[in-house]
Ligand binder design. Structure first.
Ligand SMILES: Cc1ncc(COP(=O)(O)O)c(C=O)c1O
Length: 384
């Protein structure tokens, strides 16, 4: 017997924004009534070179017309070109690449690599850290509901230390630790930035105890800090980096970049994914990289971010501006959810965070100066 289909067949996931999307271009989302919304949420930090950039659209269409998909069972130049491009854009010696399909999967795989290499289980992560919804990444994610899900699955929880607390990090380290996993700029916790001192100590402690340093750059990578990797921005080279979100400008992708010493004994069959590194997603990611370089989007992030930080810091009700580049957290003197709601009536999209008073800005890397003016004007009106 066929099931009767309800109107609301979808399970609830995120609190929905008050519009129904019809199309998008650049920093703008167009609703079903034809209204344009300024997207300072960047399609969930995914629309890196803007929504539906014509070059990305053309690359997808061109590749889809030739071959939509074949797995890694058949070599394809797009997959190899993308791996080379990511290595070129990352600090040496990050030189080996594995493709999967999401941020959680990339984190899960880099954790597997660290545990495999060290023969250890324990992982040290940060309070405020968010790493995904597979059971392995839930165990590393801060928050009672996520830890409860990992516990129910029987997965041991990571040791969590306060972000940027050096003494706590030292105390958490010993010879049972396989890896320290952290976001150089924590996204969901409200764009909290790692200190140079803490990151340097994390590197030294990993070297001292034979553990691996893993960066989760799912949200803060792919140009969001103003350099292609956050690792480059902070000048510390981890043993691996997880990337996803903005990497293919909107198609699902995950990637692990690793130093050769982490993966020198990987054999055929140790890693795998049916869809990872498919031709269409690789074509989109290559076109995205091309746009980021040709349109100077990293410089745009640095310049426009500096202006947003300077002007937002002076707005009434803004206590402090956290973060780097286009991963910014406006710490407010009032609930961020109320400000987000008020911005909706100006047709401006922003994000909240796990800190109830921090509003998150994650615009596309192409967010222009005049779009920053619109955002700042709307913020001023809402906050005044
Ligand atoms: C820092 C970070 N890591 C991992 C993830 C999980 O990525 P995905 O939703 O693609 O699995 C996210 C998603 O928001 C994230 O922000």
């Amino acid at each position: 017997m066929l099931t009767e289909v309800a109107d609301d067949a979808l399970l609830p996931v995120y609190p929905p924004f008050p519009l129904r999307a019809a199309s998008g271009h650049g920093s703008w989302l167009v609703d079903e009534e034809g209204n344009e919304w300024l997207d300072a949420y960047g399609g969930h930090a995914v629309a890196s070179c803007g929504h539906s950039h014509p070059d990305v659209v053309a690359a997808i269409a061109d590749q889809a017309a030739k071959l939509i998909f074949y797995s890694v069972a058949v070599p394809h130049h797009g997959r190899e070109d993308l791996a080379r491009a990511l290595v070129r854009l990352s600090p040496a010696p990050l030189g080996k690449v594995f493709f999967c399909n999401s941020g959680a999967e990339a984190n899960e795989n880099q954790l597997n690599l660290a545990r495999r290499k060290t023969g250890r289980t324990q992982v040290v992560t940060m309070l405020g850290g968010w790493h995904g919804r597979t059971v392995g990444t839930l165990a590393c994610t801060d928050g009672a509901r996520y830890e409860a899900m990992a516990r129910r699955a029987g997965v041991p929880l990571s040791r969590k230390v306060p972000f940027n607390d050096l003494a706590a990090l030292e105390a958490a380290m010993d010879e049972t630790v396989a890896a320290i996993l952290l976001e150089p700029v924590q996204g969901f916790s409200g764009a909290r930035t790692v200190t140079d001192e803490f990151l340097g100590a994390a590197r030294s402690l990993c070297d001292k105890y034979g553990a691996k340093l893993l960066f989760d750059e799912v949200q803060c990578g792919v140009g969001r800090t103003g350099s292609y990797t956050a690792a480059e921005h902070f000048g510390v080279v981890p043993d691996a980096i997880a990337m996803a979100k903005g990497l293919a400008a909107g198609l699902p992708i995950g990637a692990v970049l690793a130093v050769p010493s982490l993966v020198d004994d990987i054999a055929i069959g140790d890693l795998g994914s049916t869809f990872g590194g498919g031709p269409v997603v690789c074509a989109a990611a290559l076109a995205n990289i091309d746009v980021i370089e040709r349109e100077g989007l990293l410089a745009n992030v640095r310049d426009v971010s500096a202006r947003i930080v300077a002007e937002a810091s002076k707005l009434p009700g803004v206590v402090q501006v956290h973060g780097r580049g286009f991963l910014l957290g406006l710490e407010l003197d009032r609930p961020a959810a109320e400000v987000q709601q008020a911005l909706f009536s100006h047709r401006v999209l922003t994000g909240t965070s796990t800190d109830p008073r921090t509003l998150r800005l994650l615009p596309p890397l192409s967010f222009a100066n005049d779009e920053a003016t619109l955002l700042l004007t709307a913020l001023r009106q809402v906050l005044s």
